[in-house]
Write a protein that binds this ligand. Structure first.
Ligand code: COA
Length: 165
């Protein structure tokens, strides 16, 4: 039997306002993994994320998906849409940034991230999104190429440290 089926029944659904708290928990967990967010900063980070997600989801520019295994939340991912400046024919393409892809540690490597990413990309294609981009984690660098992601040629300049903002 296929290992992904043995691992349990996976379901991906669009997140609603009711999922904002869990989406924020996942973003904070990701930041703890990546930046070692100190204990005292976690509640502030979670509350600020809840407020920001609520604002952005209400505008329609921020979409999110929840991944469930056997009926329990096991991961999530978000996409932040941006209408770009006009191209030659006057149309304004949509770009989307993937944000906060996160699978609970015990649920990793059993297909949930793939199911979430496929759901996100299906909707991006339906919406006519021109480009999907993201900043990969170390694990992400090995996960995203299978969907067609490749390194881009953007440059950046950090003008202010987190402390000075
Ligand atoms: C990266 C992440 C989203 C992948 O989700 P997942 O559900 O574990 O991924 P899948 O089971 O669908 O993996 C599909 C394939 O991607 C690759 N892959 C995923 N995670 C990997 C890792 N840590 N190292 C190497 N390859 C990896 C493998 O080829 C894997 O197939 P395999 O398990 O048959 O070898 C998940 O591990 C995660 O949430 N990590 C912590 C947070 C994070 O890094 N998020 C990404 C931010 S950009």
């Amino acid at each position: 039997m296929n290992a992904r089926v043995e691992a349990g029944r996976v379901r991906v659904r669009r997140a609603t306002e009711a999922d904002i708290a869990v989406l924020a928990e996942h973003r904070v967990a990701l930041r703890i993994d990546e930046h070692g967010l100190p204990l005292e900063a976690r509640r502030l980070a979670r509350d600020a994320t809840v407020a920001t997600y609520a604002e952005l989801i209400a505008t329609g520019e921020f979409l999110a998906w929840i991944g469930e295994r056997d009926g329990a939340v096991a991961g999530s991912v978000c996409a932040w849409l941006r209408r770009m400046l006009p191209i030659e024919d006057g149309r304004r393409p949509l770009d989307a940034r993937v944000q906060a892809m996160y699978i609970l540690p015990a649920q990793r490597r059993s297909g949930l991230g793939t199911a979430l990413m496929n759901a996100l990309l299906d909707v991006m294609r339906e919406l006519g999104v021109r480009r999907v981009y993201l900043h990969p984690s170390d694990a992400g660098r090995r996960f995203y190429p299978a969907f067609g992601f490749s390194p881009s040629d953007e440059m950046e300049l950090i003008l202010a440290s987190k402390e000075s903002l």
